[in-house]
Write a new protein. Structure first.
Length: 84
């Protein structure tokens, strides 16, 4: 019998609700049924093309958060200044 040891597992797989606002400030939410655990510290969400994903404006290649075409912050670094 296989032992899974004492690791963090996200089972059963949850249904995630992702909320955004569009450029006019209107709220939008979607049901993301394809969420999973990437490793012990991160989750992943598989998203198609929806109004909600259009409202997100994240650049995974350069790790930038973008608001209507402008860079609004740096992913993986801007939040560090909040730990004060």
């Amino acid at each position: 019998m296989k032992s899974f040891k004492s690791n963090a597992w996200m089972l059963p797989q949850p249904v995630l609700i992702i909320g955004t606002y569009d450029k006019d400030g209107r709220p939008n939410a979607m049901n993301a049924a394809w969420g999973g655990q990437w490793d012990m510290h991160e989750i992943m969400i598989s998203l198609g093309s929806h109004q909600t994903t259009d409202n997100l404006a994240y650049d995974p290649v350069h790790h930038n958060y973008i608001k209507l075409g402008n860079i609004e912050g740096k992913a993986f670094s801007d939040g560090k200044q909040l730990n004060g």
